[in-house]
Every structure is written in C-alpha cells, then in structure tokens.
Design a protein around this ligand. Sequence first.
Ligand code: BGC
Length: 381
Amino acid sequence: MRAIALDRTSAKPVLRDDVAEPHLGAPDDLLIKVLEVGICGTDRAIVRGEAGELAPGADYQILGHEMLGEVVEAGPTAASDYATGDLVVCTVRRPCRLPECPTCAHGESDMCYTGKFTERGIFHAHGYMTSRVVESTEFTVKLPPELRPFGVLIEPTTVVEKAILESVRVQHRLDWVHHLNEEGAIAEDWRFVRRAMVAGAGPIGMMAAFLLRLHDVETHVTDVVPAGGYKAALVDSIGARYWNVAETPVAEVARQTGNIDLIVEATGIAPVAYELLTALGVNGVLVFTGVPGDRGGEFQFQGGHLMRQQVLWNQVVIGSVNANRSYFLHAVKDLGEIARRWPDALAKVITAHHPMENFETALTTQPKDEVKAVFDITPSS
Ligand code: BGC
C-alpha cells in the first residue's frame, strides 16, 4: 500500500509503496478505505521538525489526521452499526488508559492528564495518508452520504466545536446564561455569544465563522490578507464581517463593534494571540486554538493594563486542544446544516485537491489564497 510518511533517517516526507495491508483485529474494528486527507498546519510543522514525534523505534510515521473514509469491511460487533460503503471519519487522539487518568477513562482523551496519549499522524502513531486503515468504532463517526464533498472538513470543525462549547460551558458561571437553558442542553445553547471575533481566516478560523453564523452570532473575522480578496469575500458571503488588522488593529475593531463576548484565536502566532486581549469585552472568553512552535514569538505588552482589565471585566482565557468523539458528533450535525445553508461558500473552503505524488510541494508550500488543501488518497472514479 502507498503512504505519505515522515522518514526518521532523512527527517523528510516520503511516498512509500511498501506499507503492509491492515486487517480487522477486534470485533468492533472497521477496515476503512481512505478517500481524502486534509493538510493541516500541524502536518507542515511536523515536516519542518517543529511538531509531533515518531513512535520510539519506528523508521517512519504515516502523516495526516484530517481524514474521510469509506467502510470496506466491518467486524462482527461493528457490523450492527456500520455497513460497507458507509462514509466515516476517525478521531485523532487515543487515550492513555492509565488508572490515574479519569478524563481518558471518561472518553475525554482530549483532556488527558498524563500526556501519555497517542495522536494518529502526529504523536507516536501512524496517520491516515494511506490507502486503507483499521480503526475501532470507539474512535469513528458515521457521515451522511451528502457530506462526501465536505467530510474532510469534519476534523478541523471539531477543533472549533470544542473551543466554542467549552466557552459555552464556562459562561454558565453567569446566572442569566444558566437560566436561558432550563432544559440543560448546555452544549446547544450559544445565546451568550451575542458578538464574536475570529482571529485568522485559515481553515480553523473559517470553520469557526461558519459555526458562529449558523448559530446567528454577529461575527467579525480578522486577518492580514486584503479586504476584497478570496478569503475576505468568503467571510462576507456567509454574513460575517472581514477586517484587515494591518489597517484596523483588533482593539479598534472592538471599539467600533461593541462588547465582544467570545474570541476564537486561530492564528498560532503568540503576539497576535495575546493582543486579542485588547479586544475582549466584559465577561468575555478568549480561546486559543493555534499551536505555535516553542521558539520565537517574543513580544512586549502592557501587562498591568491587561491584567487589570481581565480582573475588572471577569475575563477568561482558555487553551483548547484536540476534540473527543462527542465533538465529532456535533461537527457532523453542524457541517450538514452548513452544507445545506451555504453549499457554495463551503465548497470554496477546499481550495486544492492534490494527488499523493504532490506530497513534497503540498506539505512544504502554502499558496496565498489557500484555505484547505487535501490529498485525494482514493481518487473518485
Ligand atoms: C489536531 C489535534 C491535535 C493537535 C496537537 C491539531 O492539528 O487537530 O487533533 O491534538 O494538533 O497535536
């Protein structure tokens, strides 16, 4: 089988054709044909040597964690829920299963205490940029057939589902928010977010904007690309507003718009991320989703002013990584609604389809207007 992998010796991406076929092991396993895999900033960081880690002793690690696949065969237990031809997406992180980790035991490996988890395609485990994989139904969700063109966007969508739903939970500290929702469907109720800012018009930021607009939130997206360009036009087309922060700094955006209840950071650039505190409103929540490298990112800021504001305005800053299966289920539902409401705009999020042979260029360069580039692992016939 073919696979795009990171080679340990050369520390470079390679296209291998000698990867062994996987086989069903446990009764709830699925054999899955991989259709598409999205290219993420994390994949490019792995290739630059700035993220991820090969499993000890492994000569190579198959890359890719944003997958879309089709069931080829279901084990005897899995077969009660899955049939050949079903579209599926697999999660990324696998739990540590250590006795001292209550979150992993609870299906929340995204909140693992021990750090002894693995992540497919990133940390100590093979990813999905290969023809076929085997995965347990515990880490798989099913997609309706109409999501075939967009299914590869599920994983990036789960990152923002988690970021926003965590903020929703945090805002239940406010009694008026708590009272909005007597029925207890906490995760469904985004009404505390009356106005939101999304920093970064890449795939994570773009999916955040779609989710917020789906929930009728007034949404402001910031980036440094020109107003009137591809990404700005895409933002405008879903009823969000685009701001070029090279012209209007985020503090000024907030001054013009009014109290910002939620900011989703999707830049991965530390100075840009912390500057967002200057735009955060009273009782506001700022969620960081970008993962910068360890080096660089030094900056200076008015710490006294920002700390004073954070206390006097009851502000919360959350770091949010990965997504467990529950967020994948939310993403399947929401992406379905987004696809019905804005099919053309959603199609514009996927800006390039690459054959696997393009691995080197696709993993090392990023064209200016790229939002999400994907590898066609099994080209549709
Ligand atoms: C992935 C997450 C992962 C994180 C850190 C992100 O790109 O979407 O699943 O936890 O990288 O490895």
